[in-house]
Write a protein that binds this ligand. Structure first.
Ligand code: DGJ
Length: 733
């Protein structure tokens, strides 16, 4: 019976692969391990969405009814019935603003499906692609728009994709924020009207809203249950996510490059490719969608996503611009003595004619300041070797200061609006290089290439970007194409990144942009991680890292232990609390170790050793968010579980401290209910071990009941403070 079913199923898919399109409605099925996306394809019509969700069986597919209402077109063009939102809009060479796109061909090759659409009156071709990532339950969609007309056509709208979402009780979860407050979670019902999420920074992308969103389909979002659609636009320039709700049965989700002030002129024969929009679905709530994003991200997107990250010390919060050789040597010795594996020298090491003393000069002059570092980078690499650690360096390659030799030589290389004064950023002198210009692209590539050619032992680069595009103008683009600035800047930047990655595939590169301004899947194929925020206050980080973890895995989230009072919020948290929070991401330190006591160093030494033990679980494990800090229950908790469910790390952070308070007991998740797990507390500071220490519990007990955690730490009187947190390692017996 099963064999017959299998044969039928195979035949069905073989037919889908090879069957030429015939006049009758054809069901195109795009599948992953647990998802189905079904599109009805009729030659001479727009392909229409039929279904997206949990995987359907062949018999369910056969019986699948088409939606009875709603606008289900896969890529609706603008013009005919212009009341409805469109995915693509163009002005044809003759001025016609209407486009019609009808299916001429469907191709399924391996995991890729291509729908070719053509306008019956104009030689405009649009290919709509769907790429299934079967093993990680992700489907990426994007389009190619080709101008076959004899003259230039103008693209006015160019979404990457559209998805109708059936009305019901749909809630949206997405991230907003600002400098030092990135990745804040907001959850709201989707209601009548238009909800728009945009980014207009030009250079960075995640200081405002994020380009990712989740839709909970059955009411108020739940972490561990409920149907959820996830969507991530892989684009680090200006973008727009839009949900249109009118008087039909569907919400219409659109995502793509923001076309505002960016109309694009497509010459004869040219093709415009839109960024990928990644779509997923889970029946296991928000955390289920996060797990899909994390698995897909690590496997297909993130640079070196399968390699463990090193534990590092970054110099910024320790010394800021006060770089000198002796100081760097001391920091390297300290991090090495605590078990760290890498030291990163941040801003302040460069500039010859204009040495970088503060933030108002030298960007662009990537030569060592010999007064600060008489033995140059060679000396630093030698010292790193002496301490048995690796060395990394900070650069801000897309930027210049007007006080720099670079700007003196090439004032035409910076972004500047015609007939306007320069717009100046950080330090009153910062400008953005015009990456539309191929010469600038070569220069930016050369910054990394020169460093790596001269010093191949450099292990890590922190790539910063501390300015938005501050005025709309390219000195390279012709006046008629000034509207290409935002898009061509990103194309230029991407070309540079591609060249860097082709030559230096294993170099670790961090995306930093005034903190967490660059958390996006469009850039992560070129970067190994991103700096979550310049705000390293452990309490606020719980909120920011919580939100960020919706779409990004811990391996990509740089999370550092820093000094108190914290340099942005001035809060004093305990070192144990700071460690326990930093340990839930890619652990590092951002501190002057020479100001730490021996006892503090010992605690960090212990934490680093224990992090090494749990690093594969944190960096490659599946996330289960258990209690949200945004629920304001005085507590936040999450855990990572290995794919084999043999090990897990459980985090428990108190977010408030009151006398006689009442906190919920946390039920764990993601474990094997039939297995037994031994519990061991990490980073322990208490005089007595926890009552669960060394004991074993079944996965079922831990998930149905959970463990009680004492609300305060049992430490000597003089060491008591108002911070409390626990990290537990669970290992299957
Ligand atoms: C902004 C970054 O977010 C910081 O970590 C630091 O690198 C500074 N720039 C240096 O100027």
């Amino acid at each position: 019976m099963n064999n017959i079913k299998n044969m039928k199923r195979k035949l069905f898919f073989v037919l889908l692969m090879v069957m030429p399109l015939c006049a009758m409605a054809k069901q195109v099925v795009i599948q992953t391990r647990s998802l189905s996306l079904v599109i009805n394809a009729n030659e001479g019509h727009q392909p229409r969405y039929v279904y997206f969700g949990q995987k359907l069986s062949p018999s369910e597919l056969e019986a699948l009814p088409a939606p009875v209402s709603g606008r289900m077109d896969v890529y609706p063009p603008y013009g005919m019935w212009p009341q409805s939102a469109a995915a693509v809009s163009l002005r044809h060479a003759d001025g016609n603003l209407t486009t019609q796109l009808y299916l001429t061909e469907v191709k399924q090759e391996g995991d890729k499906t291509t729908f070719t659409l053509k306008d019956p009156q104009y030689p405009t071709t649009v290919n709509v692609y769907f790429l299934a990532r079967p093993d990680v339950d992700m489907i990426e969609t994007w389009t190619d728009i080709t101008n076959g007309e004899k003259q230039t056509v103008t693209l006015l709208q160019f979404a990457s994709g559209v998805l109708p979402i059936r009305r019901g009780e749909v809630w949206m979860s997405h991230l907003y924020g600002s400098w030092a407050n990135e990745g804040r979670l907001v959850q709201e019902p989707v209601s009548q009207g238009i909800k728009m999420i945009t980014n207009h920074d030009g250079a960075r992308n995640s200081h405002t809203d994020h380009a990712e969103v989740m839709f909970s389909l059955d009411g108020r979002p739940q972490e561990l249950s409920g149907d959820v659609i996830g969507a991530a636009l892989c684009y680090w320039g200006n973008y727009k996510l839009k949900v249109v709700t009118d008087d039909t049965e569907y919400h219409y989700f659109f995502a793509g490059i923001d076309e505002e002030n960016s109309e694009y002129h497509l010459k004869k024969g040219e093709t415009f490719t839109t960024p990928h929009l990644a779509l997923t679905f889970s029946k296991e709530g928000l955390s289920g969608v996060s797990r899909n994003f994390h698995r897909w991200g690590r496997k297909y997107m993130l640079a070196n996503g399968q390699t463990e990250r090193k534990i590092l010390l970054n110099s910024w919060e320790g010394v800021y611009f006060d770089i000198n050789q002796q100081g760097m040597d001391q920091m390297m010795a300290d991090i090495a003595s605590m078990g760290g594996e890498l030291f990163v020298m941040d801003d302040g090491w460069f500039g010859d004619k204009y040495p970088r003393k503060v933030d108002n000069s030298s960007l662009g002059d990537w030569v060592v300041d010999k007064t600060k570092l008489p033995e140059g980078i060679e000396g630093l690499l030698r010292d790193a070797k002496k301490h048995g650690i690796k060395f990394g360096i900070w650069i801000e390659p897309e930027m210049a200061n007007t006080v720099s030799e670079l700007y003196e030589k090439h004032p035409d290389w910076v972004i500047k609006a015609p007939k306007r004064d320069l717009a100046l950023g950080r330090g009153g002198t910062q400008v953005v290089l015009d990456l539309c210009n191929p010469k600038v692209q070569d220069f930016v590539f050369g910054i990394v290439d020169n460093l790596m050619t001269k010093y191949p032992e450099i292990d890590y680069i922190k790539w910063d970007a501390n300015a938005p595009i501050m005025n709309h103008g390219s000195q390279y683009l012709p006046m008629a194409d000034q509207s290409h600035l935002y898009i061509d800047y990103h194309r230029g930047l991407e070309k540079v990144c591609q060249r860097i990655r082709a030559k230096y595939p294993t170099l670790t590169i961090q995306a930093c942009a005034s903190g967490g301004g660059r958390a996006n899947w469009g850039l992560l194929p070129y970067f190994d991680e991103f700096w979550v925020s310049d705000n390293t206050d452990a309490l606020q980080r719980i909120y920011m890292q919580w939100g960020t973890s919706y779409f990004f895995p811990a391996i990509a989230m740089a999370s550092h232990i820093s000094a108190t009072p914290n340099h942005t919020v001035y809060r004093t948290t305990s070192l144990k609390f700071r460690i326990d929070v930093a340990m839930s991401g890619r652990l590092g330190m951002e501190i002057q170790p020479k100001n730490m006591t021996e006892e503090e160093k010992d605690l960090c030494r212990k934490a680093i050793a224990e992090y090494k033990q749990v690093r594969p679980i944190v960096q490659f494990g599946d996330i289960y968010r258990l209690l949200s800090p945004y629920d304001h229950k005085g507590l936040a908790s999450l855990m990572y579980v290995t794919e084999q469910k043999d090990k897990a790390v459980f985090y428990w952070w108190k977010t408030e401290q009151f006398q006689n308070e009442h906190l919920p007991r946390i039920k764990m998740a993601g474990l094997d209910p039939t297995a037994t797990y031994r519990v061991h507390e990490l980073n322990r500071i208490d005089l007595q071990p926890l009552s669960c220490e060394g004991k074993t519990f079944t996965g079922a007990f831990l998930m149905n009941h959970g463990l009680e955690m004492p609300y305060t730490h049992n430490v000597e009187w003089g060491k008591k403070n108002n911070w409390s947190s626990r990290v537990l390692l669970l290992e299957r017996n």
